[in-house]
Design a protein around this ligand. Sequence first.
Ligand code: GLN
Length: 530
Amino acid sequence: MPKYVFVTGGVVSGLGKGVLAASLGCLLQARGVKVTLQKVDPYLNVDAGTMNPYEHGEVFVTRDGLETDLDIGHYERFLGQDLGEPNYLTTGRVYRDVIARERAGDYLGHTVQVIPHITDEIKRRVRGAAKATGAEVVVVEVGGTVGDIEGLPYLEAIRQLRDELPRSDVAVVHLAYVPILSTTHELKTKPTQHSVKELRTAGIQPDFIVARCPVELPPALREKIALFCDVPRDHVIAGRDLPTIYGVPLAMREEGLDAKLLARLDLAAGEEDLAAWRGFVARLERPARTVRIGIVGKYVELPDAYLSILEALHHAGAALAAGVEVEWVPSARVERDGDRALEGLAGILIPGGFGERGVEGKVAAAGHARRSGTPYFGICLGMQVATIAFAREVLGWRKANSSEFDPGTPYPVIDLLPEQGGVTAKGGTMRRGEYAMDIVPGSRLHKVYGATRAGERHRHRYEFNPLYRDAFEKGGLRLSAVSPDGRLVEAVEVADHPWYVGVQYHPEFRSRPLSPHPLFLGFLQACLSS
Ligand code: GLN
């Protein structure tokens, strides 16, 4: 029978509940336990596709095309597994299904209620994650903070599961916060106590409390939390700030959380094998050299909006013994200052994006990288702006654009294809998830992948306009990957340039700490030798 570990959070958001859940998964898996992770997000959105990355961080896209919360990205990176539909649920999805069943007449004669209908559906999906993946342990992260109105049905579902299943099949790990008062420099356990009280009001006594604390947790405070929150002293786990999130599994291992959790679940497991992970963290923390990469974007004030790209750069950097220093360049600065805004960068990366604001600065940056021989890596919108810059500067089509930004352009080099029809609804209408592509033999991309076939994840609406393929190829822009039917352009590159690659897909979603993505490796290698 599968076992369930719920991770709840208290006091404030942003304590790293996702990283803690991912770390538990990583540790159990390192001991040979078959694990999966599931995120439940109490908001009413059906998926994260329509949410603003400025508020919620990036939209992470799974292989099967789900638009999810960025925590799913942490899970994939910490487990080294592809996740999908069974691993993500939102209140929007739960209600959508219950209401559809109500309309179909499945509850005929009954009043449809939060308890039991919504809680039943939540439990069904939590158990479904174990069934769909064959996991022995499902680690379920409950989004939000204990006490939020939206979270109540989830806590109730956990409470019921605890009743229904044997005691050793369900454990609850609660992440709370022990702040330092800036005036008296005192550490305070009261917020943690209050959040546990809140959890108990919902009928749940936590088995473990992970106390996030800016400094080492003094023994007396561990004692105090144990006493006031009614957990054994050795079930109070210190979670101090660390230089990298990838250090969290190692820190939790130091605290013995994995062994204690296994004991609590009455599960036998082998010794852990974390050697490769330790090696990665050591290379990450002590790089031999550094390389400076400029990311030109609209949301540059908020790194979470580009989380997977940053992680992918760090994975590749660690493999090359190089620390990656990112300089955030707002596209508005490029619009204002031109090439000066891009001085001193070893490479330029333009990530995905939507909407017209800041696009001209990105087109200018892509043009600058090509003219100056600076390594350039364009991802999704980054590939589209490289195409636009090439059309304007090399082919001389001064008004070339994407019809997303200029519907009246005489040269819509990026466009909606006729078969896409008119797109009106915003939710769930993009090309999403993994698609195969054929890589042109002899191209730079071919060298990078070492293969002529690969699958990559997508999330976009507009495409390279096939009308202009010949003109671009004649002008020197190589179309280095196409969809298997030959219709869609998946990648472009400039051959007489140290490294200039644009891809229509999102390689960052496939990068893992122990297997960096070849495109990020190739890009950084070029930056290091330029
Ligand atoms: N806005 C562009 C499109 O929809 C690019 C999307 C992206 O960069 N993810 O095609």
